[in-house]
Design a protein around this ligand. Structure first.
Ligand SMILES: Nc1ncnc2c1ncn2[C@@H]1O[C@H](COP(=O)(O)OP(=O)(O)O)[C@@H](O)[C@H]1O
Ligand SMILES: [Mg+2]
Length: 462
């Protein structure tokens, strides 16, 4: 069987001449500009390598192609683009995160052929490695919102600095995932990552968990056992809910961070231990420091590398991607009758507030897959059909009339774009406004802002 098959996804259907160079390649090329067809081709031919030709990038938002990347995990991607495209930060960001390599026009078929061969080799490697650890996808962080892309960049930067980290975020927002990602991207990646929760356990239990011994009531040391810090030697210890650590333990931890040693029993010498501490809290610790609940010195040690993980409701662009990612993961490829989401379900997910963040999204998708009677998940399957928390008549959530109008305006524009598959003229006609008004409203509501900005001639703001 010939393995040299490659998908060429053509973003710019209007311009295909640069791709003529591909004809001379010794590869079978499946070319399309349609996202669904691309996904079908990937599935059907079990493609391992894909190319994305970015063309002029005017027609479509970049986020649309995120769908391609979830189609088949072990696929490697090569970007083909005009040299000017490299001036765009969002393009560079996407390429550095998602692509194996990039080639600029005019294409050099010989060099491209070489890259394709390497990419195929890497894809096979990836396939083999993911076959060995099938829990891996479940831990992968995905996201395409500006906040997520910033988070991924921060994780990469912080991984390279060997110092304590503080991660702040609501429950289920991805603190532990971020900690794992930092560990995996760091030089400590082949050493242990160990989690210790500082919540719900008595201080002496946490003490012995961490340091491997406990003081009894008379402050004598009990029989020494190996603690988590020692077990993680060379690696990372993730201290979840650090805000709940008792005062004594805060002092011990501060001492450990400063001295990098522990005393594993009474009279025993200090043992040097090299462990990176990553701590997590659900809210900023500053107020706790101010009212004396959290030690200022420990806070200062931790806070210099702080990662803030925004709640899911502030990362609207991630919701659909995450939902599809998890549906695909749980459906496990073939055979599962549930294949996608009804548009109204996607809309309900966008409107919902997600107090439990990504963890809640995962459990709602699992629930929906059980409840779903057709091939597409509905808002009712997700348990979101009669939920309108933003409009809800609860004390903290009631909107002002102005906010509600704004919200409705944004939603109806998004719906019109969805229905017309982002055809601006048709969407404008549908909404009975001019194209220019629609562009302005899209800009106002930050809907696909980068190409709206281009169309309006507004320079992208930093
Ligand atoms: N960016 C992400 N992409 C995909 N899944 C994520 C992402 N962030 C978190 N998750 C998943 O969401 C769930 C909750 O994340 P977790 O890191 O445990 O949150 P926290 O520690 O803030 O409570 C986990 O199942 C995790 O794998
Ligand atoms: Mg957690």
């Amino acid at each position: 069987m010939d393995m040299r098959k490659v998908l060429c996804f053509n973003f710019s259907v209007a311009r295909s001449e640069p791709l003529d160079a591909l004809r001379s390649l010794d590869w079978t090329i499946f070319s399309t500009g349609d996202l669904n067809e691309a996904k079908n081709l990937i599935d059907h031919h079990r493609l391992n390598v894909g190319m994305v030709f970015f063309g002029s990038l005017r027609e479509t938002g970049l986020s649309a192609i995120n769908d391609l990347f979830t189609a088949r995990r072990s696929m490697e991607w090569i970007a083909l683009l005009a040299p000017e495209a490299l001036n765009r930060p969002d393009v560079c960001e996407l390429i550095s995160r998602r692509f194996y390599d990039y080639h600029t026009l005019p294409l050099d078929p010989e060099r491209l052929q070489l890259t394709l061969g390497h990419a195929l080799g890497m894809a096979h490697m990836l396939e083999r490695s993911t076959a060995c650890s099938d829990h891996k996808h479940e831990e992968e962080m995905v996201g395409c919102s500006p906040a997520s892309l910033k988070l991924f960049r921060t994780i990469k930067k912080i991984a390279a600095i060997d110092a304590p980290v503080l991660i702040i975020g609501e429950s289920g927002a991805g603190k532990e995932s971020a900690a794992v990602s930092i560990h995996r991207a760091s030089a400590r990646c082949d050493k242990p990552f160990i989690k210790v929760s500082c919540n719900g356990l008595p201080p002496d239990v946490i003490q012995s968990e961490l340091f491997g011994y406990a003081k009894d009531r008379h402050n004598r040391t009990q029989r020494p056992t190996k603690g988590r810090l020692e077990a993680a030697a060379g690696g990372t210890v993730f201290l979840d809910d650090i805000g709940n650590l008792s005062g004594d333990l805060q002092a011990d931890l501060l001492n450990f961070i400063r001295e990098k040693t522990i005393r594993s029993g009474n009279g025993t010498p200090e043992t040097p231990i090299d462990v990176r501490i990553i701590a997590a809290a659900q809210t900023d610790l500053k107020p706790a420091v101010a009212d004396g609940g959290f030690g200022e010195d420990l806070y200062l040690q931790l806070k210099s590398l702080t990662v803030n993980i925004p709640p899911l409701r502030e990362r609207q662009d991630d919701i659909e991607l995450l939902a599809k990612h998890y549906l695909r993961l749980f459906a496990n490829g073939d055979g599962c009758p549930v294949q996608g989401f009804e548009p109204e379900a996607l809309k309900a997910m966008r409107r919902y507030d997600w107090p439990g963040n990504i963890r809640e999204l995962i459990s709602r998708i699992k629930r929906a897959m059980v409840m779903c009677e057709g091939s597409s998940i509905t808002s009712a399957d997700l348990g979101l059909n009669d939920c309108h928390p933003k409009f809800a008549n609860t004390l903290d959530h009631l909107m002002t009339l102005e906010e509600a109008k704004d919200q409705t305006e944004k939603e109806i524009i998004q719906l019109a774009l969805q229905v017309t598959e982002n055809n601006i003229s048709r969407a404008a006609r549908q909404l009975a406004v001019s194209r220019m008004t629609l562009y302005r409203l899209m800009y106002k509501h930050q809907i696909r802002s980068h190409w709206v900005e281009e169309s309006l001639g507004i320079a992208a703001r930093k």
